[in-house]
Design a protein around this ligand. Structure first.
Ligand code: C2E
Ligand code: CA
Ligand code: CA
Ligand code: CA
Length: 273
């Protein structure tokens, strides 16, 4: 142990104090990150399996911390949700993704993750409408990805907002499907345009996850929803999901998340293949 002043000792193993301290530091840094332009959006392609072409990209937030380097979203998004910063950060992601997508060729879609907290803030509809308008992006080129957390409470408000977004022409997809408590019940609450099957069901090549993959794809198909298999990393996994009525694929095999300036090259290469 090292002396840390006032008779307190700081252990090498992080104790409760140390963890709280790190958290507070991260929170202070996070509050400044937007103003200091430390965020970037990277984009991961998703492909239509019928035509084998890239039809859009998912926007994934990146934090380039000047000292700590790249901090992955899973390490700061829950903190940003606890202190409410996610509303401002999420708004920035929406505006940035719409602006960047407006320069992409053709009808490529941009899919943006929206936190349940952004629904609670009650400004989501206005934010989306204004982001589309400022960017000059047609609404049908935007997809909003929500997790079932958004539908846990205050459901009526959330459903109204989703319906209003859909009326604008925005697509709504259910993300991480199968990981929550009662994913199935959410499917009848709202006509999602797409279900994204969590990568845990794609990665595990056992009989159970295959049965689940098959059932969800069948269910989505009968409900008229598109089905994306997430996290496809190998050709074996790709072959498996092709056999299971999935309509879209997203994963390291078909493209890693990339900086916005890499998109043109990626599209040129994938069109040539
Ligand atoms: P997600 O929405 O499920 O996004 C997919 C995650 O899986 C991304 O991680 C992506 O890089 C990763 N991934 C894609 N293909 C593969 C693969 O083949 N193998 C493996 N092992 N991983 C793959 P990332 O970028 O670290 O994001 C993690 C999570 O953070 C996202 O999961 C999403 O829940 C959240 N997130 C990211 N950006 C935002 C954002 O702008 N707003 C909000 N609210 N959440 C975000
Ligand atoms: Ca997502
Ligand atoms: Ca997901
Ligand atoms: Ca996830």
């Amino acid at each position: 142990a090292k002396r840390a002043g006032r008779g307190r000792y700081r252990m090498f193993e992080p104790g409760m104090d140390e963890l709280l301290h790190r958290r507070r530091e991260m929170e202070i840094d996070l509050r400044r990150a937007l103003a200091l332009k430390q965020f970037e959006v990277h984009y991961q392609p998703f492909l239509d399996l019928a035509s084998d072409t890239c039809i859009g990209f998912e926007a994934l937030l990146r934090w380039k911390h000047p000292v700590k380097g790249n901090i992955p979203p899973l390490d700061f998004i829950s903190l940003a949700e606890e202190n409410g910063l996610i509303v401002k950060i999420g708004e920035w992601v929406l505006r940035t993704a719409c602006k960047e997508a407006a320069s992409w060729p053709g009808d490529l879609i941009v899919a943006v993750n929206v936190s349940p907290l952004q629904f609670k803030a009650d400004t989501l509809l206005e934010t989306v409408a204004s982001a589309l308008e400022k960017a000059g992006l047609p609404a049908h080129r935007l997809e909003i990805e929500i997790t079932e957390g958004a539908l846990l409470d205050d459901t009526d408000n959330v459903l109204d907002t989703l319906a209003a977004l859909r009326d604008l022409g925005v697509k709504i997809s259910m993300d991480d499907f199968g990981t929550g408590y009662s994913s199935l019940s959410y499917l009848q609450k709202f006509p999602f345009s797409k279900i994204k099957i969590d990568r845990s069901f794609v990665a595990n090549a056992n009989a159970d996850s295959e049965a689940i993959l098959r059932a969800v794809a069948g269910l989505g198909t009968s409900l008229g929803m598109a089905i994306t298999a997430e996290g496809v990393e190998t050709l074996e996994q790709l072959a498996r999901i092709r056999g299971e009525r999935c309509t879209h694929v997203q994963g390291y095999l078909t493209g890693r998340p990339m900086a916005p300036d890499q998109i043109a090259t990626f599209l040129a290469q994938s069109n040539r293949e």
